[in-house]
Write a protein that binds this ligand. Structure first.
Ligand code: ZN
Length: 142
């Protein structure tokens, strides 16, 4: 079953996070503060270290790994929807090291910000609510 809805682009916020903020927590807090339950987010900047997730499709569990070095946020993109009645930021990042090598994955808590500039766009439209998808084991839009 697929989900496809029309949404309308609304307010765009542009800002930066504080040094030492947890990247995922700070973006989630921003959405709660602004009451954003539907939207998109993008960011660039740098983190002091990183913790990312990889979803193992066989075990249906996230495997988390850490990168213990300063890394550029070459790209962060994600969406905001509802899970358990609260806005949930689902974001993926591409991080680059001093040689331009990249790592990527599902953004998890544990990425302290060095510097980060974000753009948050609010959408209006029908609720997108996450619930357990039996086929994948993931909390997907139902
Ligand atoms: Zn993900």
């Amino acid at each position: 079953m697929q989900k496809l809805e029309s949404v309308q682009a609304g307010t765009v916020y542009m800002g930066r996070l504080s040094h030492n903020d947890d990247l995922l927590d700070a973006l989630s807090e921003l959405c709660r503060e602004k009451g954003v339950t539907l939207g998109r987010i993008e960011a660039i900047g740098a983190v002091q270290r990183a913790r990312l997730g990889y979803y193992d499709q066989h075990t249906r569990q996230y495997q988390f790994f850490t990168l213990d070095q300063g890394l550029e946020i070459a790209s962060l993109m994600g969406n905001i929807s509802l899970k358990d009645g609260s806005p949930m930021v689902h974001a993926h990042v591409t991080l680059a090291d001093a040689n331009g090598r990249t790592f990527g994955g599902h953004l998890a808590q544990g990425c302290p910000v060095f510097a980060c500039e974000y753009i948050l766009q609010v959408f209006s439209g029908p609720d997108f609510v996450r619930s357990l998808d039996e086929q994948t084991g993931l909390p997907l839009w139902s």
